[in-house]
Ligand binder design. Structure first.
Ligand code: SF4
Length: 388
């Protein structure tokens, strides 16, 4: 009675309005195709109150963002669904061993937003936003959270590249550069394409995988990319398909549109426990990517990143065996990828195995004296990373 008199009982007009408002809010958010909150996630998954509290806390520190397109790729009847594992937080993220900077990004930062680790390549952090936040992201420290490593002064970036003639290419990354507005993307390409000694510009994006409509439905964007790639500076797009189920008619359409715009598209897969740590799945993925004209470029060993290493890393011996078995199922084009780890000291290729030793080679090295060096190591059965 008390509640009803004050207008806040469960059937009171105020409460009905409040429920209506929250349904409208939810439906507006759903119409935006983005799943961001625990309430939205509960449309798909039932949590105990304890799980709910933990997941909510995780989302507060590392945001969740999944659009309807990618949600629809998930098999909700399978709690271990690989697509689900890549974007839906698990309570395992509470564990905190590992590092947020596993490949020395802070040390390689020459000015805000620009990293220069390998002499020919400058890496530019254009945004901290993504079309979806991957739970396995190695830039978990910033994706969707903080923008303090993102470029603010593009004139300084251009000046740095102009002064370093050894830089032949830049990699636009983040976050996902294709979440920027078309105007912003055009402005960035405009600035960089004027630098004579740059041979090409790379764009690292997972939008092709998680939000292909960004390309399929936006001819203005495709026209901007076409104009630059054809007339000013060759563009390469590097994307990240990790599972064959991510290859859909829509993502193929997006890739074809980029091909039509004279853009080469490469793929970098991350080897992820519970997603693609299986040679049949990995072989199907690399084979299908080749079939649709997307070049397998790298398979990356998952880095020992805080909050995710224990969820996604595969021990190196097992990882190597999976990759070798994968190669044995593939034709020459499909097995062109290198299996590498992006280590603080350089990009290290995992070349071979002899009994209990693994053989490695510096494909890229921060210290030039290490370039091309081959070495071997006996590792622990569960070691997932090199301690050098
Ligand atoms: S799209 Fe890339 S940067 Fe963004 S969360 Fe996924 S892996 Fe990280």
């Amino acid at each position: 009675m008390e509640y009803q008199r004050t207008g806040f009982g469960i059937n009171s007009p105020a409460c009905r309005i409040s429920k209506l408002k929250s349904r409208l809010k939810l439906s507006k958010q759903m119409n935006n195709n983005n799943i961001k909150t625990i309430e939205q996630l509960e449309q798909y998954i039932s949590f105990t109150s304890c799980e709910r509290r933990e997941i909510k806390k995780i989302i507060e520190s590392h945001p969740m963002l999944v659009n309807q397109y990618y949600m629809d790729l998930i098999n909700w009847n399978d709690p271990n669904d690989p697509i689900r594992k890549m974007v839906i937080p698990s309570k395992e993220e509470n564990k905190s061993e590992g590092s947020f900077d596993t490949s020395g990004e802070y040390e390689n930062t020459k000015l805000r937003g620009l990293q220069h680790k390998y002499s020919q390549t400058a890496l530019i952090l254009t945004t901290n936003k993504c079309a979806a936040y991957c739970r396995h992201c190695f830039r978990k420290r910033l994706a969707g959270i903080v923008a303090d490593e993102i470029v603010t002064d593009w004139d300084l970036v251009v000046k740095y590249i102009c002064e370093h003639k050894e830089i032949t290419n830049v990699l636009l990354t983040g976050g996902d550069p294709l979440t920027l507005s078309n105007d912003k993307i055009a402005a960035i390409l405009q600035k960089l394409s004027g630098i004579q000694h740059l041979k090409f510009i790379r764009i690292g994006t997972r939008s092709l995988v998680v939000d292909p409509d960004r390309i399929v439905k936006d001819d203005d964007l495709v026209n901007i990319l076409r104009e630059y790639s054809c007339e000013k500076k060759r563009l390469y797009v590097t994307t990240q398909f990790n599972h064959p189920r991510e290859i859909t008619p829509r993502s193929i359409e997006a890739i074809n549109k980029l091909h039509d715009a004279h853009i080469t598209v490469n793929n970098q897969t991350v080897l992820l426990k519970g997603v693609n740590d299986n040679s049949a799945v990995m072989a199907e993925l690399q084979g299908e990517l080749t079939k649709i004209g997307l070049m397998p470029y790298y398979v990356f060993q998952c880095r020992p990143v805080k909050k995710l290493k224990h969820i996604f890393q595969v021990p190196l011996y097992r990882a190597f065996d999976i990759i070798e078995e994968t190669r044995s199922m593939l034709d020459g084009l499909s097995k062109r990828f290198r299996f590498v780890m992006s280590h603080e000291t350089g990009k290290i290729e995992i070349l071979g195995r002899s009994d209990d030793h693994l053989y490695f080679k510096y494909h890229q090295a921060k210290d030039k004296l290490l370039a091309g060096k081959i070495f071997h190591k006996k590792l622990g059965k569960n070691d997932c990373w090199l301690d050098l």
